[in-house]
Design a protein around this ligand. Structure first.
Ligand SMILES: Cc1cc2nc3c(=O)[nH]c(=O)nc-3n(C[C@H](O)[C@H](O)[C@H](O)COP(=O)(O)OP(=O)(O)OC[C@H]3O[C@@H](n4cnc5c(N)ncnc54)[C@H](O)[C@@H]3O)c2cc1C
Length: 264
């Protein structure tokens, strides 16, 4: 079974407050923020590895991102993926989800259609959950979102369990197909020392706009039908004070505080 896993590099959640919004460009400045593989994308990588271990095949990991996204692809190779492709070109900057999915789908067409394409169900930063289904639409293949279990491949069919709010549904899907997976599906492995040593010997390709044979008008900001107009800031609420100790003193302090705030 040949599997492609799409992964996105995202800012570390502990550093989200360090991301600055630039009102002149309507873009987010992420310089200096540590980056990680989007957590649920590791579950997608693990899903691919487990399927490969059971049914053999090859796993290609692919991301569209800046040059430093190479580190996330290398981590995926260390986990057990076989090959990596970085889609990296200044022309891809400013992509909305449509342009992101279009660029990823163009690369997946160039690779040659895989049996299975795996994505996470959403990212930590933008979290639209649109990219997986959009890739499937560009490739004209079926997709199932929020998959929490894959039971067995059978005559070109996969039996998957799709999470619902109060349960799950069992779905048969014909391959080739795209699945977006949830965190419930597995526990991603930590790369072994041997896995890390093997990274240097595995194929790694960087494809720019020219390699994908696309026009600059089809990608990035130019190829994005949605444009950010403004990101207004919401009022920041800070954690409340917790009063502890003798009840009489705590009540007095609380009443004094409420008077001070002119709330009573
Ligand atoms: C008008 C506009 C302009 C934007 N400009 C920028 C910009 O300048 N810089 C910027 O960083 N972002 C920009 N974004 C955000 C960018 O579009 C999203 O980060 C990107 O499309 C992914 O969307 P998402 O994070 O909601 O992914 P989701 O749909 O929530 O992701 C689901 C899954 O899709 C896969 N996936 C998502 N993105 C990628 C990827 N890049 N490579 C491989 N797999 C992926 C992963 O498996 C992921 O788990 C812009 C968005 C808009 C609307």
């Amino acid at each position: 079974m040949n599997i492609a896993v799409c992964l996105k590099q995202v800012p570390h959640p502990d550093y989200l407050s360090k991301i600055i919004y630039d009102p002149t460009t309507n873009r987010l400045q992420r310089a200096g923020v540590p980056l990680i593989i989007n957590p649920v994308d590791k579950n997608a990588i693990e899903t691919g590895i487990q399927l490969k271990e059971k049914y053999s095949g090859k796993i290609i990991v692919i991301t569209m991102g800046p040059p430093q996204a190479k580190e996330s692809l290398e981590e995926a190779l260390a986990m057990g993926a076989d090959e990596a492709i970085l889609l990296c070109d200044p022309a891809f900057a400013g992509s909305d989800t449509y342009a992101t999915a279009f660029t990823l789908a163009s690369a997946l067409k160039k690779i040659g259609l895989c049996d299975l394409i795996l994505c996470g169900n959403e990212t930590l930063d933008s979290g639209t959950s649109q990219v997986g289904p959009q890739i499937a639409a560009f490739l004209d293949i079926p997709h199932v979102t929020n998959v929490k279990a894959i039971n067995y491949p059978e005559d070109g069919l996969l039996l998957v369990e799709r999470s619902l709010e109060n349960g799950y549904m069992r779905i048969k899907v014909r391959l080739p197909a795209l699945l977006t997976v949830t965190k419930e599906i597995n526990k991603p492995r930590i790369p072994s020392a041997i896995g890390i040593m093997q990274v240097a010997g595995k194929p790694f390709n960087t494809w720019r706009l020219a390699e994908l044979n696309l026009s600059p008008l089809e990608v990035g900001l130019a190829g994005s039908p949605t444009q950010t107009v403004q990101i207004p800031e919401t009022e920041q609420r800070h954690a409340g004070d917790i009063l502890q100790g003798d009840v009489t003193k705590v009540v007095k302090t609380a009443v004094a505080k409420l008077h001070e705030l002119k709330m009573i």
